[in-house]
Each structure stands twice: as C-alpha cells, then as structure tokens.
Design a protein. Structure first.
Length: 164
C-alpha cells in the first residue's frame, strides 16, 4: 500500500475474527497486540464474531420501524397503491437486502423480520394492531413472504447466489 502512497486510517479500520466461542478463546490472548471488534459493517451489513447477526437485526429493526412510523404519519394522505409502493421501495428493500445471509438463523431472529413485515402491512392498509395478519398479507399479495415461507425465501436466495 505504501508503494501506491496509501495508508490505513486506524480510526476507520476494523478487524473481526469469526468463529465458534471455543475457537475464538484460543486466539484471544491479552498478550496479543491485535485489537479486534465484536462486530463490523461491510457493504451496509453488520457481521458479528459468531455470525448471530443480532446487531444487524437490531439495526434493521430500528431503521424499518423508523420508516414505518413516518409512513404511519403520512398514510392518511396516500391512496392504497401509493402506500404499497412507498412501503415496498423503502422498507421491503431493507428486508430483502442480503437476505441470503439470513439462511440458517434461529427462528427468533426470523420472527423479528416477520414482525416488521406485519407492522408494515398493518400500516399500509390502516388496520388495527390486533387484527389477524394473514388476510392482510393475502390482500397485499405479500403472503409468499409469510413466516413459514420466509425461511424458504432465505434458502432460495442463498442457493441462487451460491450457484450462479
């Protein structure tokens, strides 16, 4: 890098070791001078050292619920078609980004994504909080991304990106 007159910015450089707890315990030694981080962002996706993606899910939830609340404020002034378009372009794009990395996540993590989608669907159709969600998802044609199919969508996306 120095031959190209480039240097690393130590305040922006992150070093992440990924592995099982047993593997990482062998590497992490207080005598080492390597400073690692618990999570690192790459192309907008947050990876953690055990690949649980809990930081990614928290950031995704925070961002999506922020946009859902904003949509809720302007929803009375939008027709259904416009509300669907806005919700798909802003929130669904966040849910779909890198969804092949969600393959194999525990069910509680997948449920967090499903709750975001359910809240978005209720906001789009202006449904009460405790109204049954399946008819709403069917009316919006989002039923293929329902909970039992969300894992299938992740698997499909994983295999498409792996073998293409």
């Amino acid at each position: 890098m120095t031959s190209n007159l480039l240097s690393l910015n130590s305040s922006k450089t992150e070093f992440l070791l990924i592995g099982l707890k047993q593997q990482l315990s062998k590497i992490h030694n207080p005598a080492n001078s390597i400073d690692t981080t618990q999570s690192a962002r790459n192309l907008g996706f947050i990876f953690d050292e055990h690949l649980f993606f809990s930081d990614q899910m928290s950031a995704l939830s925070k961002s999506c619920y922020h946009h859902i609340r904003a949509l809720c404020c302007i929803r009375p002034y939008l027709d259904l078609h416009t509300a669907k378009t806005v919700s798909t372009s802003i929130v669904h794009s966040k849910l779909d980004y890198c969804n092949s990395l969600y393959y194999g996540l525990p069910k509680y993590q997948i449920n967090r994504i499903q709750h975001i989608q359910n809240a978005l669907a209720r906001t789009v159709v202006q449904a009460p909080k405790f109204k049954h969600i399946t008819p709403i998802l069917i009316s919006l044609h989002w039923q293929s991304q329902a909970l039992h199919d969300l894992q299938t969508v992740c698997k499909y996306s994983f295999f498409i990106h792996s073998f293409v």
